[in-house]
Design a protein around this ligand. Structure first.
Ligand SMILES: *Cc1c(COP(=O)(O)O)cnc(C)c1O
Length: 397
């Protein structure tokens, strides 16, 4: 997954352009810029690469989610349906908006179970947020149908699935809004950064303002701009955007390499009786940054994971025990533990949810190992790793 494995001259050249002009800010300072507008260029490159009308860069994937909440009008009194397996940022962004995260089970796609989504809808539900985990997609046809039927907003968190697609449409561009993360370990990176994607012009214009303190960006004098509404500083810097410009040109190569290496590992594991693979609604659209597979029981999965690490096969993740990605370890979020008082209705809504009763998610996550696909392996190294992984797993089965 990490695009940083392919850093080179291209990123350096883009960053040097910015260093030479000295303008690290994405807005203003027109006479000093030597014509460089890296953030604007990257937004343009994103709209072209992902075939979406609008892209607003942000300082992170997390602030892209917060931007999405704001421009899509999610706030106090609203409920947002999200999966138990994700990154903590999903929960954080909903809480930060003052809305209530309603957690529901995942299924063998490792993404939202549409049946669980439908069962969780209440009159307060405003948005459904599928998270395309580990490079592959949620069941978007079913989720879209549910959102249409109940008049709900669909926000795709595609932070981990940049370059993935579903029936020919890029992930992150299928819902009413979508988000990318360009943090250091994502498919393409800016160091830190993110993007909000949408085909809705109003959402985009509001995102442009919201991420820059509500500045309306009319005219060339920042001091004279008006501020139609409250905003924050969620801007990306020119330096970060410059890195992203170098990276986005490598996306095709990154995806092709991931697919090739992923297939090599899969071919070796497929031969082992007892291993099954994550369900992928559109296999061609997998961005292939991970290969995720299941073993028959939690006990065997734990043993296999331990053996993989003991044999020097890092990059194999057992999310079930992970602090960042699975609800089991999120006590601070489940309790709404905050440095400042949070609104009592939200606190109560959190207390009312039974966050410890996700049997379907527990059963699936307890049996899941995700194997990170590196870019810099040679074909030989990928084959050796595949062989070693297969032997190690076989030894515990
Ligand atoms: C990385 C990630 C985010 C947040 O992105 P940051 O840029 O690290 O803030 C959000 N959602 C998912 C699924 C992620 O993996």
């Amino acid at each position: 997954m990490p695009g940083f494995e392919f850093f080179g001259e291209e990123e350096r050249k883009e960053v040097n352009d910015v260093m030479e002009s000295g303008v690290l800010m994405r807005y203003g300072f027109d006479p000093m810029r030597n014509g460089h507008w890296k953030a604007k260029e990257l937004e343009q490159a994103i709209t072209e690469t992902f075939n979406v009308k609008h892209a607003q860069l942000t300082s992170s994937g997390t602030t892209a989610l917060s931007t999405a909440m704001a421009v899509m009008g999610v706030g106090y009194g609203d409920e947002v349906i999200m999966p138990t397996f994700t990154f903590v940022a999903s929960f954080e962004a909903i809480i930060a908006a003052g809305a209530v995260p309603v957690l529901v089970d995942i299924d063998e796609t490792l993404c939202l179970d549409p049946k669980a989504v439908e069962a969780a809808i209440t009159p307060k539900t405003k948005m459904v947020m599928p998270v395309h985990m580990c490079g592959s997609m949620a069941q978007l046809d079913e989720l879209k149908a549910i959102c249409d039927k109940h008049n709900l907003l669909l926000l795709e968190d595609a932070c981990q699935a940049i370059g993935g697609s579903f029936n020919g449409q890029m992930l992150g561009t299928i819902g009413h809004g979508g988000t990318f993360s360009f943090d250091f370990v994502k498919t393409i990176t800016c160091g830190e950064g993110g993007a909000f994607l949408t085909n809705d012009e109003k959402y985009y214009i509001n995102a442009d303002h919201y991420t820059d303190h509500g500045h309306d960006h009319v005219g060339n004098d920042r001091g004279a701009e008006s501020h139609p509404f409250l905003g924050y500083n969620f801007r990306i810097s020119e330096l970060h955007a410059a890195v992203g410009l170098g990276q986005i040109k490598k996306l095709d190569k990154i995806l092709a390499t991931q697919k090739k290496h992923n297939a090599i590992i899969k071919e070796a594991l497929e031969k082992i009786e007892g291993i099954t693979f994550r369900k992928i609604p559109d296999p061609e659209g997998d961005n292939a940054s991970f290969l995720s597979f299941f073993l028959p029981t939690e006990e065997l999965t734990r043993a296999a994971h331990k053996a993989l690490l003991a044999n020097g096969l890092g990059g194999n993740f057992y999310w079930y025990d992970n602090n960042w990605h699975y609800i089991k370890k999120w006590d601070h979020l489940k309790n709404g533990t905050s440095l400042f008082p949070i609104n009592p209705a939200l606190k109560e809504a959190l207390e009312q949810q039974d966050f410890n009763n996700f049997k379907q998610s527990d059963d699936i996550m307890g049996r899941t190992i995700s194997s990170l696909i590196n870019l810099n392996w040679t074909e030989e190294q990928a084959k050796e790793r595949a062989q070693k992984m297969a032997e190690t797993i076989q030894s515990v089965l």
